[in-house]
Design a binder for this molecule. Sequence first.
Ligand code: HEC
Ligand code: HEC
Length: 341
Amino acid sequence: MKNILFITIVITGIILLAGATAIDKEEFSINDNTPVVEVLTKFGHPTPPHTVNPMIQGASAEIGQDIVLNGISRKRGKKSRRQSKHFVCTSCHNVQKEDPDLRSHDPQARLEYAQKNGLSFLQGTTLYGAVNRTSWYNGDYNKKYDAEKIKPAQTDLREAIQLCATECAQGRPLKDWELESVLAYMWTLQLKMSDLSMSDTDKKRLKNEQSDISKYPALAKLVRSYYSEAAPATFTDQPSNLKEGYSLSGNADNGKLVYDLSCKHCHENGRYSMFILDDDKMTYRFMKRNFTKYTRYSTYHVTSYGAATNVKAPYMPNYTLERLSKQQTEDLRAYFEKMSE
Ligand code: HEC
Ligand code: HEC
């Protein structure tokens, strides 16, 4: 009797185990909607340290979205204090995919993609896929902030969010549940396999080899080769001779895109700045005249170094070369010149 019971248990166990592995294999199929992080985890990568902490009470992606888009969070129906008097996160960041090829940081490809998809063209890197990066505030951002402040933000997404809330948005630090909410929202913006636009050959390879454990490290490497895990940042200087500029000939049509999708995002109707940019001929003439002058209104100056009229007031972040090329700056100049005629 005991033996029969034992055999039954063993057999049931085997059946359950076989069933479980079958299900496991089925679930493992990768499709366009599979999150990249999930694929990498299957292939043996550790889960990122900024995975949402479920122990933090009252946090949700919905609240996070509210903070990022509107600057205000609701906690159990109650509104909390605005995060910043001056900005919301989307003043400076998109929340959509903004680079057609996630391996590249080409500002011209991004500008054209922004036009096609109704996005803005901004100084901050998109929050889409921020959870898929492994470092933040890269490159020359080391020059902008004290090492003590920036070092923790370069290796920890939570710290990066807090640094930006206080330094970029010039607001108050986020409370625990707000921070975890923003993080939860960012996880809804994580990269999916379809965002990678893998080649057919590589897709096939992934499909054929995905259940072969010995192939996991190579497959993880393959997936990671399709996107960038850090947004590089190169600061630039204004030209040494403003009249000569960057010695590139500008394309006014392209300059119009920069004006409409970037400058106007903040300056139209005084949205984030008292300094108003519109389509008035007077405005174009003003911008043209000041472009090549040593004044606070010179576009060369503000795009390279940013602008602040007062320490407590909103400021304009500088553009890195990954966010606005020298060519695009000259295109803007050509546009102001054309519109001044
Ligand atoms: C005034 C403009 C501005 C505002 C407002 C702003 N940011 Fe930023 N943020 C930047 C800039 C510029 C960077 C520099 C690094 C980059 O994005 O390329 C940055 C960097 C970041 C990074 C690191 C990105 C990376 O890959 O290096 C995160 C995350 C971030 N911000 C989150 C936020 C959140 C969340 C808010 C709202 C609470 C916010 N930011 C508000 C301008 C801004
Ligand atoms: C993320 C928002 C943002 C973007 C994008 C932006 N600016 Fe600004 N800009 C500001 C803010 C904020 C100020 C600070 C002025 C103020 O106090 O209102 C400013 C200041 C300036 C100033 C100096 C004004 C003064 O009173 O000293 C100029 C000129 C200027 N911006 C031009 C531009 C141009 C040209 C572009 C496009 C290439 C641009 N800005 C893009 C937010 C922005």
